[in-house]
Design a protein around this ligand. Structure first.
Ligand code: CU
Length: 310
C-alpha cells in the first residue's frame, strides 16, 4: 500500500514536470498549454524561478503529501469500526515541540532564499537610462527623460492589425517601449488616474502604478527580442486592453531609434497621440469620454442630457 502510494505520487510528479518541460515555451509571452512559469531573460527572473521551482515547490509538495498521508492514516486506522474505544490521553510534549520547531525551521530555511531574492531586487546597479511609465485608463505613456524623448502613448494594437502583423492580440502595442540589450534600465512607474501595475513576466517585474507616487523597478535583459506584459491591477473596463510591449534591441539599433524619435521631435508627440487615438479600440472611448464629460458641464442645461443617455 505504501509502495503503491509512493509510486503514484512519483508518477504524478514526473508527468507534471515533463509536461512542463515538453511544452516548448515561447519566450516573452504566454504559451498555450504550458504550466511552468514563463521563462526569464533577466537575472532577477532566473532567481525568482529558482526560488519557486527549486526551493518552494519541493517543500510544498512534501508537506502536502505528508499531511494527506496523515489524514488517510487517521481515517483508516482510527475510524469507529477499526478503533471502537479511543484513547483518553491528551498532550504529548515531544509531539508539540516537534510540530512547533519543524515549521519554524522550514520557514527560516525559506526566508534565507526569500530575503536574498528581495535584496537582489532592491540592489539596482547604476542604471544606463531611466524610463518613466505612466498608467492611464486605458493605455500606457512612456517618457525617456535621458534621451529627451517626451511622453508618447502606447495603445493596444487592434485585433485586425495584430493578425495582419502576426503578433499576439492583447499583448502587442501600437508603439512599444524600446530599450538596449545588456543595459540596466530603471523604470519609474506612476499612475495618472487610478492604480495600474506595470508587469513584464519575462523580466520578473511587477510594480504598482499609483497616482501621486513614483515607484521604481529595473531590469537588465540579456537577449534581443520582443517581450510582452500587461496591466496587473484591476483598473476599469478596459483593464485587459492595455498591454505592455518591450522591444529589446542592439545598442546601435537603440541609438538609431532614439535619433529617429528626437529628429522629428516637434511632430513626434502629436502624431503618436493621433495615431493611438485613431487605432486603439479603447482610445476612442478614452478620448471622447472627457469631451463628453466637459460638454454638459460647459453648456447651460445639465438636465436634458441625463434622460437622453438612458
Ligand atoms: Cu491598468
Amino acid at each position: 500500500m505504501r509502495a503503491l502510494a509512493t509510486g503514484i505520487a512519483a508518477g504524478a510528479m514526473t508527468a507534471f514536470w515533463s509536461a512542463a518541460a515538453f511544452a516548448a515555451d515561447t519566450v516573452g509571452q504566454p504559451t498555450n498549454g504550458a504550466i511552468d512559469l514563463q521563462p526569464g531573460v533577466t537575472p532577477l527572473r532566473d532567481d525568482a524561478i529558482f526560488f519557486h521551482n527549486i526551493i518552494l515547490m519541493p517543500i510544498i509538495t512534501v508537506i502536502t503529501l505528508f499531511v494527506l498521508a496523515l489524514l488517510i492514516w487517521c481515517v483508516i486506522r482510527y475510524n469507529r469500526k477499526s478503533n471502537p474505544i479511543p484513547a483518553r490521553w491528551s498532550h504529548n510534549t515531544v509531539v508539540e515541540v516537534v510540530w512547533t520547531l519543524v515549521p519554524v525551521l522550514i520557514l527560516v530555511f525559506i526566508s534565507i532564499f526569500s530575503f536574498r531574492l528581495l535584496f537582489n531586487y532592491n540592489d539596482m546597479p547604476k542604471p544606463y537610462m531611466t524610463i518613466k511609465a505612466t498608467g492611464y485608463q486605458w493605455y500606457w505613456g512612456y517618457e525617456y527623460p535621458d534621451q529627451k524623448i517626451p511622453e508618447f502613448v502606447s495603445n493596444i494594437l487592434p485585433e485586425d492589425q495584430a493578425k495582419a502583423k502576426g503578433v499576439p492580440y492583447k499583448l502587442a502595442a501600437t508603439t512599444p517601449l524600446v530599450v538596449p540589450v545588456n543595459q540596466t534600465v530603471e523604470v519609474l512607474v506612476t499612475g495618472a488616474d487610478v492604480i495600474h501595475a506595470f508587469a513584464v513576466p519575462a523580466f520578473g517585474i511587477i510594480t504598482d502604478a499609483v497616482p501621486g507616487k513614483v515607484n521604481h523597478t529595473w531590469f537588465k535583459v540579456d537577449r534581443i527580442g520582443t517581450y510582452y506584459g500587461s496591466c496587473r491591477e484591476l483598473c476599469g473596463v478596459d483593464h485587459a486592453f492595455m498591454p505592455i510591449e518591450v522591444k529589446v534591441v542592439s545598442q546601435a539599433d537603440f541609438d538609431a531609434w532614439v535619433a529617429s524619435k528626437t529628429k522629428s521631435k516637434p511632430a513626434a508627440a502629436p502624431t503618436a497621440n493621433a495615431a493611438g487615438a485613431a487605432t486603439g479600440s479603447a482610445t476612442p472611448a478614452a478620448a471622447t469620454a472627457p469631451a463628453a464629460a466637459t460638454a454638459p458641464a460647459t453648456s447651460t442645461p445639465p438636465a436634458p442630457p441625463a434622460p437622453a443617455a438612458h
